[in-house]
Design a protein around this ligand. Structure first.
Ligand SMILES: *Cc1c(COP(=O)(O)O)cnc(C)c1O
Length: 435
């Protein structure tokens, strides 16, 4: 399968090129040339299959031409070492819990898949070590570091802003050791990102070491997110809910990668009636649906901080999928946006009335679904992270303790190891040149 750029001004790329480069040379996002529909027989019996079996069928449709069947199977099965259950919150509303992976957020799926795919390419090519640079404001660093932990042939450098990530977040990428190096940058997240960008543009550095990015726009992180939509549907069908209701997915969205993977699943034949994108106060997409005008603007900080995005990078993929038609987009997708007070009120209400603890991102999803669900529909919202990842915020809202899962406890006990780094590119470069 070849991959084209959404800017249509770059040569077609192989899967390997698209994965290693991340972004196309014309700064567009890579899209697979075809989205293959899965046979009806697959959907007829999907409820009898395991998550791994389902995901493997989906993976073959995208990667089957480029990776041997057995290897792809191994990559998929290793990636999905945890479940993504649907849990009933109230009549007709289900939570798709995507927080049972190693770092308790949905990004584990894409990061674990990408790490294994990259390792496969390195082995196949007999290529020397690949160095993955990743700048993080908190959550991406942990998913990528844990996803790549112990994977042969790959070194990961996580750049994070000193003092600006939570304790739990910091522990998730500074206590790992092995092939993971945490660099504590004396600056902001933007400084970290600037260091990574400069490194990719530096010829001397690139001539000396293989640099790669594990950014969320990477097709190897992006496409595997389609897996759990199919798995959610299988569980929904198993419960017999497909008999008289149509399925709606609601996705708390920031860069719109997760929801766009859902659009792909729908194109592959998954019977989804429509989607809802739930935003926090960063409501660029919501405004676009209202007006037809896309106006990026600087992000504002909210309590659902992984969705604090002012210019969603996957919007280019959405436009491309719907041939830039505002009308077609509106036919399949609606949106909602909530401020911090609304998010907090929802979280508290659902905890008190339904006994279900949401995280601030999932709270946006739940609320949008409960407000927009129509007659004859049943909805699943994506619960994108475990509430304990936002312990302080959540405890303040519910005036109750949040138990930290054992997996997260284990990180807290590890010893922080990081190297101080200046935000000056020359210092970063000379550090990398010495590796
Ligand atoms: C990254 C993230 C999101 C946003 O996902 P996108 O794919 O960027 O839209 C939502 N919730 C949580 C917890 C996240 O970490």
């Amino acid at each position: 399968m070849k991959y084209y750029s959404t800017n249509k001004n770059a040569p077609l790329a192989s899967l390997q090129e698209a994965v290693v480069k991340g972004l196309a040379p014309d700064r567009g996002l890579y899209m697979p040339e075809r989205i293959q529909a899965l046979p009806q027989a697959f959907f007829d019996t999907i409820e009898q299959r395991s998550f791994q079996e389902i995901a493997f069928e989906v993976a073959k449709a995208f990667f089957g031409e480029d990776i041997e069947t057995e290897t792809l199977k191994q990559i998929v099965y290793e990636t999905l070492s945890f479940d993504t259950p649907i849990v009933k919150v109230r009549e007709d509303i289900y939570s798709l819990e995507l927080f049972h992976g190693p770092t308790l957020a949905f990004k584990d799926v894409g990061a674990r898949f990408m790490a294994r795919l990259l390792a496969y390419f390195i082995r196949k090519q007999g290529q020397s070590q690949v160095n993955v640079l990743v700048a993080t404001s908190g959550d991406t660093g942990s998913a990528v570091a844990n996803g790549f932990l112990g994977v042969d042939g790959i070194r990961v450098y996580v750049l994070y802003p000193k003092g600006l990530v939570s304790d739990i977040q910091e522990k998730q990428f500074t206590t790992l050791g092995q092939n993971i190096t945490a660099l504590e940058v004396d600056g902001t997240f933007d400084d970290c990102q600037a260091l990574v960008k400069s490194a990719f543009m530096d010829q001397e550095l690139n001539a000396r070491m293989n640099l790669s990015s594990a950014n969320s726009i990477n097709v190897a992180r992006f496409l595997p997110q389609a897996f759990y939509y199919f798995h959610a549907y299988a569980q929904w069908k198993r419960l017999g809910l497909n008999q008289d209701k149509e399925l709606v997915f609601c996705v708390p969205s920031g860069n719109f990668g997760n929801i766009t993977a859902g659009f792909f699943a729908q194109r592959m034949g998954l019977p989804v009636k429509r989607f809802i994108a739930a935003n926090n106060s960063n409501d660029v997409f919501y405004q676009y649906l209202q007006s037809g005008e896309y106006q990026a603007r600087p992000s504002v900080a909210t309590i659902a901080n992984a969705m604090d995005v002012g210019d969603p990078s996957n919007f280019a993929r959405v436009l491309d999928l719907y041939q830039h038609s505002h009308e077609s987009i509106c036919r399949n997708i609606s949106a909602a946006r909530y401020n911090d007070q609304e998010i907090a009120a929802t979280l508290k209400e659902v905890y008190q009335n339904e006994g279900y603890l949401l995280d601030p991102h999932g709270a946006c999803g739940y609320r949008a679904l409960s407000e927009q669900l129509q007659e004859g529909e049943c909805g699943i919202f994506l619960e994108t992270a475990h509430p304990a990842k936002f312990k302080q915020t959540v405890e303040n809202i519910i005036s109750d303790q949040v138990t930290i899962p054992a997996k997260l406890q284990a990180f807290m006990q590890g010893e922080k190891q990081s190297l101080p780094m200046s935000k000056d590119f020359e210092a970063f470069k000379s550090f990398l040149m010495k590796q």
